[in-house]
Design a binder for this molecule. Structure first.
Ligand code: 5GP
Length: 180
């Protein structure tokens, strides 16, 4: 099964998804490609396949992606190889709203889940607090966040991340019931 996860920048997706993979058996992360430079602590091949623009364009030209999109000025894509059913169980893939719409079309059985913040104001605090983005980047991410939240109703499920443990538990039970 493929679980497609989206949520605005700053909602805490990465932490939630890392915990989820640790706690739920037979679930792994489908690694996307991006032209964004790696952030401190990110590992090539684990967090993303970090590729230069020319390499991304070559792969896109060859039809290697199920979907790809521009997000915050960089290209991000899901390769066909990343979502090919494998022996390692079910897959989680984190994409933006454009990617989720494309994946739903390509893979109609995919289960889509939107993770929302309890309050919009918290996104700004969290994005600024992690100190990774410049001011103009923060504003860009907040504008995108507003647009993304307004599309949350198009997902199969919505989960409010007001408490890490509870959010992971809700996602885990959603995955268990989808599997059965
Ligand atoms: P970040 O730069 O914070 O890691 O990710 C920025 C945005 O790109 C997030 O909304 C994330 O969900 C999205 N994203 C990550 N991988 C993909 C992908 O393969 N395709 C699409 N369309 N979006 C992606």
């Amino acid at each position: 099964m493929l679980f497609v996860i989206s949520g605005p920048s700053g909602v805490g997706k990465s932490t939630v998804l890392r915990r989820l993979i640790d706690e739920v058996p037979n679930l792994s992360f489908a690694v996307s490609h991006t032209t964004r430079p790696p952030r401190a602590g990110e590992v090539d091949g684990r967090d993303y396949h970090f590729v230069p623009d020319a390499e991304f364009a070559r792969l896109a030209g060859e039809g290697a992606f199920v979907e790809w999109a521009f997000v915050h000025g960089h290209r991000y894509g899901t390769s066909r190889a990343a979502v090919r059913p494998g022996s390692s169980g079910d897959l989680l893939i984190e994409v933006d709203i454009q990617g989720a719409a494309a994946l739903r079309k390509e893979i109609p059985d995919a289960v889509s889940i939107f993770i929302e913040p309890p309050r919009f104001a918290e996104l700004a605090t969290r994005i600024a607090g992690r100190g990774r983005e410049a001011r103009d980047q923060i504003e860009k991410r907040l504008r995108t966040a507003r647009a993304e939240i307004s599309r949350a109703a198009s997902y199969d499920h919505r989960i409010v991340n007001d408490d890490l443990v509870r959010t992971v538990r809700e996602l885990a039970s959603l995955i268990t019931s989808a599997r059965s």
